[in-house]
Design a protein around this ligand. Structure first.
Ligand code: HAS
Ligand code: CU
Length: 582
């Protein structure tokens, strides 16, 4: 008797399928733009003007870093909560409402970005419809209000999704008052809690400062303040992408390895540490920002180093679980067990290669985190190399690999081709090795990021090894291999969607644990306690820096400390508002 997710939760399966396909559409568009900009930057092939490069780069960043990742993870979180609590969501209409809000927000932001390609984009609400502001939308770069509004709606959609997952847990807890929170649900709830804490920063920045500024209601903003509020959110968002990846590494990788999770308690400690530490360290993106005292930067660096711990624990726990699985499959020897792992399975191999890549990513993250050495790599292609290993592989390749398991679960259709899937994950790994390695190397000799023309007059980059031409060729080759891999992934997904349903779908179950929750203190499940501590840490880390930024640069710019209407909304604005409403 088939026991796939769609058999247990047909309504939720439809929602998860919609979220996954929204994610794939963003991945497809964002991925093709990645090839366009890589070939442009390396001067191999130019399809666009350098002026359009920033529209492409903004679209690539927002579609991949925000839309692709978060639509996929809300699918994983809904699966994790309903499967582990063995109950559906409280009200599926409520679930579709937050998904719809995310779609509206994402489409609004995307339309505004792509309007940047129009020769002379239309004026709406008194400002030009475009958003060449990159995914970090730093002021004083200014986007159309629809861009900020779209992002705000998207985030509100995720907030409501979090309420959905908590409501499901509360309903379960009423019926199981003495039970420990099942691990996948625990992982989703702790992640949702730090998501609420960190998104306050970006919500404040958009709603109080950037949106009124883009509507002309206030005249100016304090760029360092809005940038600091962005990074208050900006580092934690990377863990919002990473936690669903970790959920799959913790609860599915051991199962696919043929074994069990080494330690449930250690997994709970890891997620509590991410709840506590994800937010109070965002200033490690601003080591070179003037206007923030070195002491505050030092605190951010210290917290960042602490935050290596949960990932190092993850490396230990997950690899130990893989080894346990390999030995159940007859693996022997100090390392010989590696050969006993199911390397022909694209789901397993995709995740294992993601983890391997993340080990390298963690190393480059440690380099980024060192205040002194960061001066060498900040705003260079090293950083771009780093995040193509982290979100571009650890997260993205895991998401693509688990899609080979998930899509059959939520459609009841067998995957079209496992061998194409295996080729795809291997190609992604090889392509990213070329591209990211070259980016890291070029960052070391100062190659800048976020510029269409990295050449400067009268100045030649002197690589420490190789030549700029060789490095550019490596980046271009990597980008092409990644694009071929992406095409194989999308082909597999599309052809599978035309398959008939099948009974040969694996059971919707996840790995048990060698050491279960009963081996850990119940206090680990005290979410109120950990959230309170997390908020206290944030207050400690951000009160003084934000106060000094406002003190020196004003809330809305030098000397402008009130949210006063510096200009009454002009008649034209009211008129055009009327037009939009009509
Ligand atoms: Fe980062 C910049 C520091 C993790 C993403 N990061 C970025 C940016 C992005 C990003 C997008 O301190 C650029 C933003 C922009 O546009 O400006 N990052 C770190 C550190 C970590 C880290 C210390 N980053 C991530 C993750 C990301 C991500 C995760 C996305 C998902 N990062 C920085 C800093 C900057 C930065 C500075 C600012 C730089 C600047 O100047 O602008 C740590 O969390 C890393 C910890 C990870 C490890 C590795 C553990 C290894 C594991 C693998 C186990 C193996 C398995 C499989 C499971 C210590 C868990 C094994 C296989 C077998 C076969 C056995
Ligand atoms: Cu960071």
């Amino acid at each position: 008797m088939r026991n796939a997710y769609i058999d247990q939760f047909p309504a939720e399966a439809r929602l998860i399928k919609a979220a996954f396909w929204s994610s794939f559409i963003a991945l497809a568009i964002g991925g093709v733009l990645g090839l366009v900009q890589a070939l442009h930057r390396t001067d191999v092939l130019r399809f666009i003007s350098s002026a359009d490069y920033y529209t492409v780069l903004t679209a690539h960043g927002v579609l991949l870093a925000i839309t692709f990742t978060i639509f996929f993870l809300v699918g994983i979180f809904t699966w994790a909560v309903t499967t582990s609590l063995e109950r559906g969501v409280v009200d599926i209409r409520f679930t579709w409402s937050w998904y719809a809000l995310m779609v509206v927000g994402a489409v609004m932001a995307a339309i505004t970005i792509f309007a940047g390609f129009i020769e002379s984009p239309p004026e709406i609400l008194g400002s030009v419809l475009s958003a060449d502001v990159l995914f970090t939308f730093y002021a004083p770069l200014e986007a159309h209000p629809f861009f900020y509004l779209g992002l705000a709606l998207f985030v509100v959609g995720t907030w409501i999704a979090g309420v959905d997952w908590f409501r499901t847990w509360w309903a379960w807890r009423d019926e199981n008052p003495d039970e420990r929170i099942p691990l996948p649900a625990f992982m989703v709830l702790t992640t949702t809690l730090f998501w609420y804490i960190c998104t306050l920063g970006v919500a404040l920045s958009i709603i109080v400062f950037l949106l009124p500024w883009s509507l002309g209601i206030v005249d100016s903003v304090n760029p360092l303040l809005t940038r600091t509020l962005f990074w208050y959110f900006g580092h934690a968002v990377v863990y919002f992408w990473l936690m669903p990846t970790y959920i799959m590494w913790y609860v599915m990788l051991p199962k696919f390895s043929g074994g069990k999770l080494f330690s449930d308690p250690l997994a709970r400690v890891v997620f509590v540490l991410f709840l506590l530490l994800s937010t109070p360290l965002g200033i490690h993106h601003q080591y070179l920002d003037p206007g923030i005292a070195e002491g505050y930067k030092f605190i951010a660096m210290t917290n960042t180093m602490f935050l290596l711990l949960p990932s190092l624990l993850t490396a230990f726990t997950v690899v130990a679980s893989m080894e346990h699985g390999a030995r159940q499959r007859g693996g022997t020897g100090r390392l010989g067990w590696l050969t006993a792992l199911p390397w022909r399975d694209p789901v397993f191999t995709g995740m294992a290669l993601s983890g391997l890549m993340f080990a390298a990513a963690g190393f480059s993250g440690m380099i980024n985190a060192g205040m002194n050495i960061n001066y060498l790599v900040h705003n260079t292609w090293w950083i771009v190399g780093h995040f193509h290993l982290t979100v571009g592989t650890a997260v993205a390749l895991t998401f693509m690999a688990v899609a080979y398991w998930f899509i059959p679960q939520v459609t009841g259709k067998e995957l079209w081709s496992r061998s194409v899937g295996l080729a795809q994950v291997l190609l992604w790994f090889v392509g990213m090795t070329f591209m990211s390695n070259a980016m890291h190397r070029s960052g070391l000799f100062g190659m800048p990021r976020r510029t269409a023309e990295p050449q400067y007059n009268g100045f030649e980059f002197e690589p420490v090894a190789g030549t700029v031409a060789e490095i550019n060729a490596q980046v271009a080759l990597g980008a092409v291999l990644l694009t071929v891999s992406l095409a194989l992934f999308l082909l597999n997904m599309v052809v599978t969607s035309f398959n008939g349903t099948s009974d040969a779908i694996p059971d919707n179950t996840y790995a048990g644990a060698l050491s279960g929750p009963e081996d850990s203190p119940a206090i680990l499940d005290n979410l109120k306690l950990w959230t309170t501590i997390a908020v206290v840490l944030v207050v400690f880390a951000y009160t003084l820096p934000l106060a000094s930024i406002v003190d020196s640069g004003g809330l809305f710019g030098p000397g402008i400390d009130g949210f006063r209407l510096t200009i009454a909304p002009d008649a034209g604005l009211l008129e055009s508002l009327g037009e939009v409403v009509r």
